[in-house]
Ligand binder design. Structure first.
Ligand code: ZN
Ligand code: ZN
Length: 193
């Protein structure tokens, strides 16, 4: 029994020394980006005993519909007016033809044009590295968990236009699958019935 306790203690000590060692090598385990102020967002390292953080300027992606424009930072979700909230979507698959820098990040904004609009939500798709979106070239298939109405269509912002996108939706599991072309994008889900 005593040996097991000492082994557990040894293991804990090993883990405790391992984690800051990774941090010292610059391999931090970063948390979510949050809006600070003055157009900046910040993320902290989640490892205990590490006080590393990164601050970066917010970016902006826009969508225009019915003469109104909605703009939000695709990294921290700031300026997500709509119904006053945004949420990060779970990305279940991203399969791309060329390797971009960073991790794929999807932020959803509900009712960006109010509850009367047939645009029920909009979402941004970017690759993010150190709080800055990175532009990638090439196509990508994305599958994410997001709520869509029973009758919907997926639209993509292309310049000033909203372009129809092929997609498939598994309503039971709320899984939306579609192709993302080159670049960083805003999408919208429009209720069609
Ligand atoms: Zn760290
Ligand atoms: Zn931001």
């Amino acid at each position: 029994m005593r040996r097991m306790i000492s082994m557990a203690v040894a293991l804990m000590l090993l883990l405790a020394t391992l984690c800051p060692a990774l941090c010292e090598e610059g391999e931090h385990y970063m948390g979510k980006w949050h809006y600070r102020r003055d157009g900046l967002h910040r993320a902290y390292c989640l490892d205990e005993g590490c006080d590393f953080y990164i601050t970066a300027p917010c970016s902006a992606l826009s969508i225009t519909y019915g003469g109104e424009t909605f703009t939000a930072c695709p990294v921290c979700g700031h300026n997500a007016i709509g119904d006053g909230r945004h949420r990060r979507c779970l990305v279940q698959l991203y399969d791309y033809s060329l390797s971009p820098v960073g991790d794929v990040l999807v932020n959803q904004y509900r009712y960006p044009f109010g509850r009367e609009s047939d645009i029920v939500s909009t979402f941004s798709v970017i690759f993010e590295s150190a709080g800055v979106p990175t532009v990638y070239e090439g196509g990508m298939t994305l599958r994410l968990t997001i709520d869509c109405p029973a009758a919907y269509e997926l639209l993509r912002v292309e310049g000033e236009e909203l372009v129809f996108c092929e997609s498939s939706y598994d309503a039971l599991n709320q899984r939306l699958t579609f192709d993302v072309p080159s670049g960083s994008w805003m999408f919208a889900i429009r209720k069609t019935a």
